[in-house]
Design a protein. Structure first.
Length: 90
C-alpha cells in the first residue's frame, strides 16, 4: 500500500489535452483534405458509404454516383463534397 504524505501539495493544471490512442481513419483523413466540389473515386459501395459519412461528419454535404467502367465491366463510384448550402453550378 502506498503511503501518501498528508502534507504534500498537488499542482492543478488546466488545458492539458487528453492523449488519444485513436488514429484518424483513412476516410476522415481524405475528407479533411477535400474542398467544396472536390471528388474522389472509390471502388466499392461500402467505400462510398464510408467516404460520404466522413464528409458528413465534417459538417458538409455529399453526393455520389455510380459509373460503369466499360473496359473492365465493373462499377466504380465518385463521391463529391458539397457546401452546406449547395446550389447547382450549372
Amino acid at each position: 500500500m502506498t503511503n501518501i504524505n498528508k502534507n504534500s501539495i498537488y499542482k492543478i493544471e488546466r488545458g492539458i489535452p487528453i492523449p488519444s490512442n485513436r488514429k484518424r481513419g483513412k476516410w476522415v483523413d481524405l475528407a479533411s483534405r477535400m474542398n467544396d466540389y472536390d471528388s474522389v473515386v472509390v471502388k466499392t459501395p461500402n467505400e462510398c458509404v464510408n467516404m460520404r459519412q466522413a464528409i458528413i461528419r465534417k459538417g458538409k454535404k455529399s453526393s455520389a454516383r455510380s459509373f460503369l467502367n466499360h473496359e473492365t465491366g465493373t462499377n466504380f463510384y465518385r463521391v463529391w463534397q458539397l457546401p452546406v448550402k449547395w446550389t447547382s453550378k450549372g
